[in-house]
Write a protein that binds this ligand. Structure first.
Ligand SMILES: CC(C)(COP(=O)(O)OP(=O)(O)OC[C@H]1O[C@@H](n2cnc3c(N)ncnc32)[C@H](O)[C@@H]1OP(=O)(O)O)[C@@H](O)C(=O)NCCC(=O)NCCS
Length: 164
């Protein structure tokens, strides 16, 4: 399996994969694939990685800038992330996240945040201390990994593509 940056040829496969992977999820509002297109159009798709095997896109992860209490201080949001349903729980998501975090670290990012199931993301190093808030969500779902400096506190806001 190869983890690499997206190319223009991957765009439709990423869209289809994201729609398919999120469809059965109770927390999905069906907009995730479109969010990736909007991030790309807005220049906010800081990192977009695909997992490829035998020419097929098995997984994808996006990273985009976030603000905390209105400041963009080198923090990025992970997501959407998708793995083909028949290839889930085989380490594809973990490999995509590991590579994305490595790239963020190389560019001097402060860290990465996400909203998601702590059972999954604690396995790849994310945690919550309750200091980061997103809407009225349980702060245990609002997780981060610090790459440089101190753990953040305040109100998290994702790129505009997540809100339109
Ligand atoms: C979430 C998702 C991207 C994870 O990708 P994946 O390739 O299945 O995950 P991995 O196999 O790399 O697993 C990473 C870790 O999380 C754990 N994990 C994965 N899915 C899990 C689940 N549903 N419940 C609990 N733990 C889970 C794995 O056991 C693994 O931990 P380990 O290495 O210590 O065993 C994938 O399941 C997916 O596409 N889901 C549908 C779309 C979605 O919900 N996206 C995320 C929204 S927050």
């Amino acid at each position: 399996m190869l983890i690499r940056d997206e190319t223009p040829d991957d765009i439709d496969a990423i869209h289809d994969l994201t729609s398919t992977a999120f469809k059965p999820m109770p927390y999905s509002d069906g907009t995730e694939a479109e969010i990736i297109r909007r991030l790309r159009a807005a220049g906010d798709l800081t990192i977009s990685l695909v997992a490829e095997q035998d020419g097929e896109v098995l997984g994808h992860v996006a990273f985009s800038p976030v603000t905390i209490d209105g400041a963009q201080d080198g923090w990025f949001g992970l997501g959407p992330i998708s793995v083909k349903p028949e290839r889930q729980r085989q380490g594809v998501g973990k490999a995509l996240i590991a590579r994305g975090l490595e790239l963020l670290r190389e560019t001097g990012a402060s860290g990465c945040v996400l909203i998601g199931n702590p059972d999954i993301y604690s396995r790849v190093g994310f945690s919550s201390d309750g200091q980061l808030k997103y809407l009225d969500l349980d702060t245990r779902l609002v997780q981060r990994i610090v790459l440089r400096g101190f753990p953040p506190s305040g109100t998290l806001r994702f790129a505009p593509a997540f809100e339109s």
